[in-house]
Design a binder for this molecule. Structure first.
Ligand code: IMP
Ligand code: MG
Length: 338
């Protein structure tokens, strides 16, 4: 059974938190990360916090094996740093085709005015590495001796798991409207971050897909440039408790209210079958750390039900706090899953 998690807005929807919750509750045999180190996922569990950029957030379940998809890219430094901090030595498989970003791509990107000033790139060298991969110049994981002990064909492994009937969760990165093809070009990232893009990065066809869970935050944020409908001023965002700081770059995130029109479009582009809403406690303070639907404040439940009626897709997970386990899980009631 292949389940996919994707971002519904402009990234930073809380995919890391949701993916870590799913790792703990569903105990998938594998969790697969796609994308690259421009994406920062934050995981908080039992008072401990990790900011990760390449290891799947489901690492918090030490029984889950971890894989990096052929379409993923990383620097060697970030990879080894995270292997250590997430304790994933011995259970991490890196596809030989994972792209390796070097100082050259990072320097080239940081000297690129169009990317750094106009687009507002995170400056991690990902776009340059993708470009060099397309030009058949980039070195891959298989070219690095120090990675030999981690290498294995991820598509082969994942398909074998699926044939055995085991559960695999795929952790997409960024958000639908940062997609190279589906976002507001050129204010986009260097890959297609929708469900179909994620599948092609792994090398698994759509026939195995069971659920596509799209993650929306209870409000919209965007870092970097491009249009943001209903954008609040920094003061307004701060006053409403919606001002965030980016994980990778430390920039302030621009904020706007929840956008139903964008959410509907994202559900269509991703063929999403379920919706997760995170950070509901930023809109309704009494929702903080609540784990049962009936215990959510009435206003929060009304808000959820109104949005669900508009989106015509079941809202199955509701994030109520920073801890991985601060979650209302309605999957059993809504779609009959555990
Ligand atoms: P790049 O992918 O680093 O070149 O950045 C291109 C655009 O995508 C910029 O607006 C970035 O702020 C945005 N972006 C890239 N990755 C993320 C992410 O993980 N979260 C939010 N925004 C991102
Ligand atoms: Mg992020």
């Amino acid at each position: 059974m292949l389940n996919i998690l994707v971002g519904g807005f402009y990234g930073d929807e809380g995919k890391g938190k949701v993916a870590s919750y799913l790792g703990l509750t569903d105990s998938p045999s594998y969790a697969v990360r796609t994308g690259s180190i421009n994406a920062g996922h934050t995981v908080t569990l039992g008072g401990k916090s990790w900011k990760i950029r390449i290891i799947p957030s489901a690492f918090v379940n030490n029984k889950t094996k971890l894989a990096l998809a052929p379409g993923a890219l990383t620097t060697m430094e970030q990879l080894f740093y995270e292997i250590q901090t997430t304790n994933s030595e011995g259970r991490l498989i890196i596809d030989p085709h994972v792209g390796i970003i070097t100082k050259k791509e990072i320097d080239d990107e940081r000297n690129d005015e169009n990317l750094m000033k106009t687009v507002g790139s995170t400056g991690q060298g990902v776009g340059y590495a993708e470009a060099r991969r397309i030009l058949r110049l980039l070195k891959l994981a298989k070219d690095y001796k120090e990675l030999e002990r981690y290498l294995g064909s991820v598509p082969d492994l994942i398909i074998s798991e699926l044939e055995k009937g085991n559960l695999v969760w795929v952790e997409g990165t960024q958000g639908t409207f940062l997609s190279l093809y589906h976002g507001e070009y050129p204010y986009v990232t260097s890959r297609n971050c929708t469900s179909s893009g994620v599948l092609s990065e792994i090398g698994v066809g759509p026939k195995y897909v069971n659920e596509i869970l799209i993650v929306f935050k209870a409000y919209v944020t965007r870092v970097g440039n491009g249009y943001l409908e209903g954008e609040l001023s920094e003061e307004e965002a701060a006053r409403s408790g919606l001002l965030e700081v980016a994980t990778v770059t430390g920039r302030k995130r621009r904020a706007a209210p929840f956008n139903v029109k964008l959410a509907k479009e994202a559900i269509r582009i991703n063929s999403a079958t379920q919706v997760a809403i995170t950070k509901i406690d930023s809109l309704f303070k009494e929702a903080y750390k609540v784990r049962e639907y009936e215990k959510l404040p009435l206003q929060a439940r009304k808000w959820i039900e109104e949005i669900e009626a508009e989106l015509k897709t079941p809202i199955t997970l509701i994030g109520t706090g920073e801890d991985s386990m601060d979650m209302v899980d309605l999957r059993k009631e809504r779609v009959g899953e555990a």
